[in-house]
Design a protein around this ligand. Structure first.
Ligand code: TEU
Length: 556
């Protein structure tokens, strides 16, 4: 087997402010991460993606960066960071950083200089005078609702911001911006990191600032999503910096088609290694995440198949700091919490690609239990709630929409144990801990062989030890509203079939798809099941997930 490290590794995303606090200020930090490296090693992960640790005024929780080459004092120091890289390395764990270069904070010194027209920064951002009666330069609307333009009195012009008004977009038409960012990459690569997760990378290059078409939800996107200018930038970064350091990249790619995804990740084009697409997490969306429709396993299978077969290698993920918890989203976090949380471990570790576990997913953390908008921190949730109010949506309906989709669902502190502060902090946490921490926590699961955590460990090992699961082709077998059945095949190795019942109802084992299951113990072997069963007759029980291996072909 000759795969690069990022194809064999399991990744783990840390949202640092919510992972582990070491000094009692209620805010996670780097020494806290270091203190949990043994737990991460015992899960079997090979690389950590750290959400932003840079100094930030926190308009968007660190995704508004005020200095690319420093550590925010709330997280620690550069020395702490170096210590983390070294201690992780000693356990065979690599680190990738979040690279947020579509925009900076408005408090970044480049922006402060740019608004005052101090060279060379004058054209580092996208400034325009606006219309004759003071209207914004175009009709674009942003990711966090409202116009993408903000008037700046200092400069006497509007600046573009696809996200919050405190996140002005960099001007990637300016070669000096590329040169600056290349230096940022070198700064971190020189400290021993393995690469980057590239935030909203597909939106970097704005080809034109013409009016956008369509409804006022990210209106204008056709002028900046996956443009030829973006491909050029990605190739320059790869050639100038990433290749010389042999560095890895995974790019966040919202709203891309599989054809666009192929262009971004085709190894011969030298752009990104992997992308995070969103299609598979939007099966139950009408139009946007605020308009839900019933989940269908058949539709999930259809979408996954497009990407599994469309890209040479996939970034696999079911959660991150922007998504609801998967056990609450597609799973059943009440009656079938344990089983459905484990089912997603099976899905994540048996699809073809590199799996990313988001902190807390490995213990089945659920969506938050907040009761009012006042308890929420997320800028997107707050803006959207206010905007829905302005267009007349009544409070209870607005709250219901925010509750199931808010990014804060995934941002509550990590639940380490049942003590006050959940082992996350001895102080007051920056965001309230989910009350279910007394029941759902790491310590309760650590030595329990039936826990979600133990099952994740088992599935991580299973993937690592199976050439078929690592490299095999993905072949869809069967799907209906409740069931997904797929197969992995790799030449010279026994094939593996995966059965997922994503419903609250038993699913009869009828039809040709069920044969490998019915033959468990005779012609086939059960490698893993979230119910602990090894023989199957009659039906799959609700939320049952089973991995079955064909008998090895006898040598002739
Ligand atoms: O997210 C970009 C992005 O596509 C999100 O706006 C996504 O549409 C939304 O979060 C879904 O609810 C990245 C980061 O992951 C996010 O945390 C940042 O807020 C955003 O970029 C701006 O940097």
């Amino acid at each position: 087997m000759n795969l690069p490290w990022w194809k064999t590794s399991v990744f783990y995303q840390i949202y640092p402010r919510s992972f582990q606090d070491s000094n009692g200020d209620g805010f996670g930090d780097i020494p806290g991460i270091i203190s949990r490296l043994d737990e991460l090693a015992s899960l079997g992960v090979g690389c950590l993606w750290l959400s932003p640790l840079y100094p930030s005024p926190d308009a968007d929780n660190g995704y508004d960066i005020a200095d690319y080459c420093a550590i925010d004092p709330r997280y620690g120091t550069l020395d702490d960071f170096d210590e983390l890289v070294s201690q992780a390395g000693a356990r065979g764990i690599r680190i990738i950083m979040d690279l947020v270069v579509n925009h900076t904070s408005d408090e970044h010194r480049w922006f402060q200089a740019s608004r005052a027209r101090v060279d060379p920064y004058t054209d580092y951002y996208i400034w325009r005078p606006g219309g004759p009666s003071g209207e914004p330069p175009n009709n674009w609307t942003g990711f966090f609702m409202g116009s993408t333009w903000e008037w700046d009195d200092v400069r006497g012009e509007f600046y573009l911001h696809l996200f919050d008004k405190k996140q002005p977009d960099l001007n990637w038409h300016n070669p000096a911006v590329l040169a600056e960012i290349e230096d940022v990459l070198r700064f971190w690569l020189d400290r021993g990191i393995a690469g980057f997760r590239c935030d909203v990378i597909t939106c970097l290059f704005k080809t034109s600032l013409d009016d956008g078409k369509g409804l006022p939800i990210v209106r204008g996107i056709e002028h900046y999503k996956t443009q030829p200018g973006l491909h050029e930038i990605l190739r320059a970064l790869r050639r100038d910096v990433l290749d010389p350091y042999n560095a890895f990249t995974v790019g966040e790619a919202a709203m891309v088609t599989v054809e666009e995804g192929r262009e971004l990740t085709d190894p011969s084009r030298g752009e990104l290694d992997l992308i995070f697409y969103f299609d598979h997490l939007e099966v139950d969306h009408i139009f946007s995440k605020y308009g839900p429709k019933p989940f269908s396993a058949k539709e999930l299978m259809r979408r996954l198949t497009v990407w599994q077969q469309g890209l040479h290698w996939n970034a696999l993920y079911l959660e991150n700091h922007d998504q609801p918890r998967i056990v609450s989203h597609y799973g059943n976090d009440q009656a079938y919490w344990l089983r459905s949380a484990k089912l997603f471990a099976v899905m994540l570790m048996t699809l073809r690609g590199s799996p990313f576990i988001y902190q807390g997913q490995e213990i089945g953390m659920t969506n938050f239990d907040f009761t009012s908008i006042d308890e929420l921190n997320d800028v997107e949730s707050r803006n959207t709630y206010a905007m829905f109010g302005r267009i007349g949506i009544p409070k209870p309906a607005r709250w219901a929409m925010i509750r199931q989709s808010s990014r804060d669902n995934a941002r509550t502190p990590m639940q380490w144990d049942a003590s006050d502060g959940a082992g996350f902090s001895t102080g007051t946490p920056w965001l309230r801990i989910n009350r279910n921490y007394q029941f759902i926590n790491y310590a309760a699961q650590e030595h329990n062989p039936d826990s979600v955590l133990s099952f994740y460990r088992q599935m991580v090992r299973l993937r690592a030890d199976s050439p078929t699961l690592l490299e095999g082709d993905f072949i869809p077998v069967f799907a209906n509203r409740a069931l997904m059945v797929f197969r992995r095949e790799f030449s010279g190795e026994p094939a593996v079939t995966v059965f997922l019942n994503m419903s609250n109802h038993a699913q009869p084992l009828s039809g040709p798809w069920a044969t490998p299951l019915l033959q468990c113990g005779t012609a086939t072997t059960c490698l893993a099941a979230n119910t602990g069963r090894t023989k199957f007759t009659g039906a799959l029980v609700p939320w049952e997930a089973v991995v079955v291996q064909d008998a090895v072909e006898p040598e002739s």
